[in-house]
Design a binder for this molecule. Structure first.
Ligand SMILES: [Zn+2]
Length: 401
């Protein structure tokens, strides 16, 4: 029997969502925060703050600002908005996590050409990446440590090296969780990195855990630059969404119409959300792990955003959740190959991270269809099974049961 989770009476987020609390009406704190965003924030004043921030940095160096860029909807909108609204010269910095989908690569070329911007791409050593993936999966049930840390740390190194003090991210995390609120523009800094991004594992921890299998220098792209160096350039790292109200569906329509940006299908996500998280071909695995741990995944999250924006009713959201969430994604086969894991080992690792009261039953759900570009994902670079076994053995030996 699937576990029945308590869900918010307004949206469909369940009790296993990080940072969630419910008030006497059964409404979650994320829903309440959204009311606050709509009603209590003086958006015209925030926009004037942004104007001032941009003018203070314009023309001071080789670039007016740095924009961390994945090629997904949020970073693409951020570039479009800043270039069209302010006519500034940004440097786009992409940390390539290794799983970029073909459609995103094509969209990036269109965006950069249409807007006339420079793009800097960094792709870390794959042999290091796959070790980091397995280690963070073992420890936290989340294989994306290299991606979380690289996406937030690497652009900061580029900012230091190229002396670009203004770093503009897209979406503030107050959209999703209660770690941050909308009261203050959210600083995307080391404190946030340690609290929210690196899963509680810093690069020194990682170095110790991998016991000499990687070099300290290999981990530099995943490490936050020293504060002293960031202060020396007078850095300011903030989200565009702290200054203008973030409305994903409207922004998607705009990048589609003005840049030809295209959405894509994502495993276990219903039609109508094709703009979401299309930049990684392991999004389906990530969502599947979340379901195994917490009994919900992306459909709950996406439909909840639409409920809060008045675009969907709750019954329809629950129907979509029941139909789409938690099916086994075909991307899991690619993932298991990369890391040299069996499916039994994968389930053992993920189910150890279960968040009470959810208890996953692997037999309860079937599979979902493969996305159209499945055969174009690279399959090379699998971890040798001996290496996987050595890491598994170390993990089993070190674990406190
Ligand atoms: Zn809610």
């Amino acid at each position: 029997m699937p576990t029945e989770l308590r869900r918010c009476s307004r949206c469909v987020l369940p009790e296993t969502h990080e940072t969630i609390t419910f008030d006497d009406a059964g409404v979650c704190n994320i829903c309440r925060q959204q009311e606050h965003k709509r009603e209590a924030i003086d958006w015209p004043a925030r926009k004037r703050e942004l104007d001032a921030l941009i003018e203070a940095h314009r023309g001071k160096g080789d670039y007016d600002c740095l924009i961390p860029f994945s090629g997904g909807k949020d970073s693409t909108f951020t570039v479009l908005y800043l270039v069209r609204e302010y006519g500034i010269k940004p440097l786009l910095v992409r940390f390539d996590h290794g799983f970029l989908r073909p459609g995103v690569q094509e969209g990036t070329i269109r965006t950069c050409r249409e807007l006339g911007v420079d793009l800097h791409v960094f792709t870390p050593n794959w042999k290091v990446v796959r070790k980091l993936m397995l280690q963070s999966l073992l420890e936290k049930g989340d294989f994306c440590w290299h991606c979380h840390t690289g996406i937030f740390a690497y652009p900061m190194w580029v900012a230091v090296e190229k002396q670009v003090p203004l770093i503009l991210w897209g979406e503030p995390s107050a959209e999703y969780t209660a770690y941050f609120s909308y009261d203050q523009p959210e600083a995307v800094d080391e404190k946030r990195f340690n609290r929210y991004v690196n899963l509680g594992i810093n690069a020194e921890d990682m170095l110790v855990r991998l016991e000499g299998a990687v070099d300290e220098r290999d981990l530099k792209p995943f490490t936050y630059p020293p504060l002293k160096e960031l202060r020396r350039i007078g850095y300011r790292s903030v989200c565009l969404g702290s200054y203008i109200p973030w409305d994903v569906k409207r922004q998607y329509a705009r990048i589609r119409d003005e840049l030809g940006w295209r959405g894509d299908e994502v495993e276990n996500v219903p039609p109508g959300y094709e703009y979401e998280k299309i930049e990684c071909f392991f999004q389906g695995v990530r969502d599947y792990i979340k379901f195994i741990k917490r009994g919900y995944a992306r459909t709950s999250h996406l439909t909840s955003l639409d409920i809060r924006n008045g675009r969907l009713d709750r019954d329809e959201a629950m129907r979509l959740v029941a139909a789409y969430e938690g099916r086994r994604p075909p991307s899991l086969d690619v993932f298991l190959d990369y890391l040299g894991l069996t499916e039994e080992e994968f389930l053992e690792i993920a189910m150890r991270q279960a968040v009470s009261p959810y208890r996953h039953d692997p037999a309860a759900r079937g599979g979902c269809p493969a996305p159209h570009d499945f055969d174009r994902w690279p399959r090379c670079g699998a971890m040798p099974r001996e290496e996987t076994e050595a890491m598994l053995a170390r993990w089993r030996a070190g674990r406190r049961d």
